[in-house]
Design a binder for this molecule. Sequence first.
Ligand code: HEM
Length: 347
Amino acid sequence: MNTVFNTESFRDDFTFRNSPVAVRRFPFPFHEDKYMYAVNMEPHVPAGPEGHAYRAPIDVDEHYVSEMKDREMVLREDPLRAQALPHMMAAQWDTLELLMEKQAEGFPELFSLTKNGDQWHWINRPLGIDQKFIFGDTSTLPYEPMDYIMRQTQGDICIVDQRDSQLWMDAGVVTTQADWSLDFDLGMNFMEWHGPVPLAHQIGVFERALKFLLNLQQGKPVRRLNWTMTINSRLDTSPENYPKWGPDRASVAPENVGNKVHLRCELQSLWRLPRSNAILFVIRCYLIKMEELVAIPKWARRFHRVLRDLPPELIDYKGLTRYRPTVVEWLSKYDDGKATSPGIFPD
Ligand code: HEM
């Protein structure tokens, strides 16, 4: 990977941006010109060209160091963004192990994990961390295991416990979410926390997804993509902070679409954990500005069509109502030949 980490912000002056390499590796979520919910899960195996977000089991990119700073700020302001019910301690250790192992596997130049019985040694070079600890003994780490490793992992997580043929959201670290709250959902089951999602319940998406997940096998992770849009490059669009970001939606105008409006894609991976039998749900958020997205002409055309024809229920649920017409109009220039894409990449 490109081991130069950006210095950038996801709040206040919003200096976030993607390098051409990061644009190229962005997990563009649409495989056709229209979008509707589906049980879109596939094996989480390496895919795409060299350097793509799908190459490593847990992706790390140029935003790593800045995202970890942003997480630290959110957790300092609101400790309830990281919560675990008492019976989830084994699952916390499972999670620490998986995230250390998979980051070291994907990026051995950045991370290493050495195990000698229960004496473990973790090195995180980008953050300058060198930690020896005893696996299973929380007193040998500066934080509880889930909290410790999530201060060093991009993306949010939920750890869901499996009981009575249901999945229960019993732990998580959630600081980069698209308008939902861990504090509100903690202790809910799969059907309950998906309650607000429109249309998907009627077409049986959640029933089938739950059935599939209850049989998820260790060592056979799966992934899916989800998407929404965000105004300004804010990672923390939580209900808790709505007054900080909700009003931004009214600030979109034709002249600022390119820089202000972002497609927000979540690369979600699901892993069966070995000791606890819980499932780790990783929600890795990628942002791309409209001016970056149109650098790839086929993405510009496709996103224009998806957004133009999106079902009203999804427009409303994803919170796009206010600014969607302005963005559709801006993108249409790239679909009807009136504007040429900056074209830094071939079609
Ligand atoms: C156990 C793992 C999962 C967790 C913890 C989880 C959690 C969530 C949460 C918290 C939301 C936001 C709901 C709200 O508006 O308050 C959501 C939305 C959603 N989830 Fe899941 N989910 C999981 C797995 C899945 C799977 C396997 C599917 C596959 C179909 C799925 C499909 C969806 C869809 C379609 C939405 C609406 C997203 C949007 O339009 O932005 N989820 N999920």
